[in-house]
Design a protein around this ligand. Structure first.
Ligand code: NAX
Ligand code: ADP
Ligand code: K
Length: 516
């Protein structure tokens, strides 16, 4: 699913109005009706107090139009207009008049007005600012926003939590509504998925307001949201006459004394992701551990007991996944550097190998094209330097990706795979995965997919999706606290099977009767 920018949404707006020969207020009416239907379906006329807060732009206009429908259906409603500017939008004013025709008078709130009492059982609808926010709200408006956030009432936001910019980082985190539910028009917004701002959205849903499908289809976006539909097109079925040679040979290189487990995790994950063969390359201390833990895996060892001092092998792997548990001692740095200089195989680089690259940036030019780097936030910072906000971070990652022609997997709650100017935002995974070794599993999965011939970008996107989906299936039986990296590997099979599961259909009346 594409993630459109505010500019693109405004453009879609204009094109739809022109093509359909409708007024902009008709589009607002569509939006308001969708909002109303959503609420009415869930509330069924319940007499719960609804506090509807509107701004004076089109987000406020949506709110005022929604108010009319709620009043017409007898809801218990109080409407407030946060009067933060004189420049009321045309469609806001049209809808205000329509509301006044029904003898409903909103409370117009200005800077020195008292804040209304809100019960914790009440519902707040937030239509103060939408995608038109272009500067931090005034202090008194921030106070209103804080008041709503502190009320403990359920907050339903129209289009986007008020105070959140659509395409830039926040300047003041106190100025943002903390939404329980966002009804976002036509597209979710990128900020819903970024670490700094994602916490302001508990749940979201898209309301289709019928913007021009042709424009939406043809428009390229900087970001795409990756769910099952997107990865299904990447999936490569197994061939009937395939053999283990068809599905590639993964070489997993890493480990040091006390950290052989990371290599076990990556190697097993590569195998369970479907790699035909897997070999691990570890210090000698890892030999018995790997041969005992993973009988399917072949093992090569360094001459040294406890750390890697030389990465040399006479096999021809399809791909090398390197770095987990490797350490950054001088000898291992040297071994990694001379490996890179001679290496001709595709690479997936993680953990300490990333840290070495950060220390010795001159090695970056040795990376084969489309090398995949999988940094967590701290590793990323070492690699590209610090950032002021998530948008600057993504800009820097894109520049880095272009400069070194590599794919960067920016790990997090919503991992973003970046290649050149484009970002692919993952939707699977859960906080149970914030546990030791899940990153090693991801490296193994991506390596295993590359071995099977997936192109590097597809392997990254699909690998991140599968890894998260395994975690989501695992957590159903482990709970968040007890999920382990091994559980993620154990559920890769279920993640694959889940790709082809049809969504559960509601049981029909006839089926119900025939079952009785
Ligand atoms: N295609 C769509 O998605 C549609 C969008 N509509 C609604 O229109 C919204 C966008 O409306 P607007 O463009 O009027 O903008 P907003 O309603 O988001 O903002 C209100 C206006 O206030 C001004 N402003 C921005 N920041 C301010 C600040 N800090 N203090 C004071 N004033 C500030 C801006 O000039 C802006 O026009 C969307 O979020 C959505 O709710 C709907 O009406 C229907 C169609
Ligand atoms: N809250 C979360 N929601 C979803 N996925 C998460 C969350 N926390 C961590 N993960 C995932 O778990 C993995 C952690 O990787 P990493 O930090 O490298 O762990 P380790 O070094 O222990 O292997 C990443 O793939 C990340 O996206
Ligand atoms: K809003």
């Amino acid at each position: 699913m594409k993630l459109y920018s505010a500019k693109q949404i405004y453009k879609a707006d204009q094109i739809s109005i022109k093509k359909e020969e409708i007024g902009s207020n008709e589009l607002m009416e569509r939006a308001a009706l969708q909002l109303f239907n959503w609420m009415h379906l869930r509330m069924q006329g319940a007499p719960v107090k609804i506090h509807l807060f509107c701004g004076i732009g089109n987000n406020g206009g949506d709110g005022i139009a929604l108010a009319r429908h709620l009043v017409d259906h007898g809801y218990n409603l109080e409407v407030y207009v946060i009067n933060y500017s004189e420049k009321r939008s045309k469609d806001f004013l049209i809808n205000l008049d329509r509301l006044k025709d029904r003898k409903i008078w909103p409370h117009f709130m200005n800077s020195d007005d008292e804040l209304p009492a809100i019960g914790r059982e009440d519902i707040i609808v937030d239509g103060i600012f939408g995608i038109g926010l272009n500067r931090t709200p005034d202090d008194w408006v921030i106070k209103v926003i804080q008041h709503l956030n502190n009320s403990q009432a359920f907050i339903l936001s129209i289009d986007i939590p008020s105070g959140l910019f659509t395409d830039q980082g926040p300047e003041n985190f106190d100025a943002i509504i903390k939404s329980n539910y966002v009804l976002s028009f036509q597209t979710p917004k990128l900020v819903f998925f970024l670490p700094e701002t994602g916490g302001f959205i508990e749940q979201w849903e898209v309301l289709d307001i019928g913007l021009d499908p042709e424009y939406l289809m043809q428009t390229e976006t900087e970001y795409e949201l990756i769910g099952k539909n997107e990865v299904l097109t990447l999936y490569k079925p197994r061939e009937k006459f395939g053999h283990k040679g068809t599905y590639g040979h993964s070489l997993i290189v890493g480990g040091s004394y006390g950290k052989i487990g990371s290599v076990c995790l990556s190697s097993k994950a590569a195998l369970c992701a479907g790699s035909g063969l897997v070999t691990s390359y570890v210090p000698r201390i890892g030999y018995t551990i790997l041969q005992t833990a993973l009988p399917e895996i072949m093992v090569l060892t360094d001459l040294e007991e406890k750390e890697l001092t030389e990465i040399k092998f006479d096999i021809e792997p399809s791909v090398v996944g390197i770095g987990m548990g490797m350490g950054t001692s001088d000898v291992s740095i040297k071994a990694f550097a001379s490996f890179l200089e001679q290496n001709k195989f595709p690479l997936v680089i993680d953990a300490d190998a990333l840290n070495i690259l950060s220390k010795k940036k001159e090695l970056l030019k040795e990376l084969p094209e489309k090398t995949i780097l999988t940094p967590h936030p701290k590793e990323l910072e070492r690699l590209i330097g610090s950032w002021k906000d998530d948008f600057e971070k993504l800009k820097k990652v894109k520049e880095f990706s272009k400069k070194y022609n590599c794919i960067v997997v920016v790990k997090g709650a919503h991992t973003i795979v970046v290649y050149n100017d484009k970002g692919y935002v993952n939707t699977t995974g859960n906080p149970g995965m914030a546990t030791a070794g899940t990153g090693d599993v991801l490296t193994g999965v991506i390596t295993g997919l590359l071995a099977q011939g997936y192109p590097a970008l597809d392997a990254s996107i699909f690998g991140v999706y599968l890894h998260g989906r395994s975690g989501d299936i695992a957590v159903e039986s482990t709970g968040f606290q007890s999920l382990t990296a091994s559980n993620v590997i154990d559920n890769l099979a279920n993640a694959y099977l889940d790709l082809f599961k049809l969504p559960e259909q509601p049981v029909t009346e006839e089926e119900n009767q025939s079952n009785q």
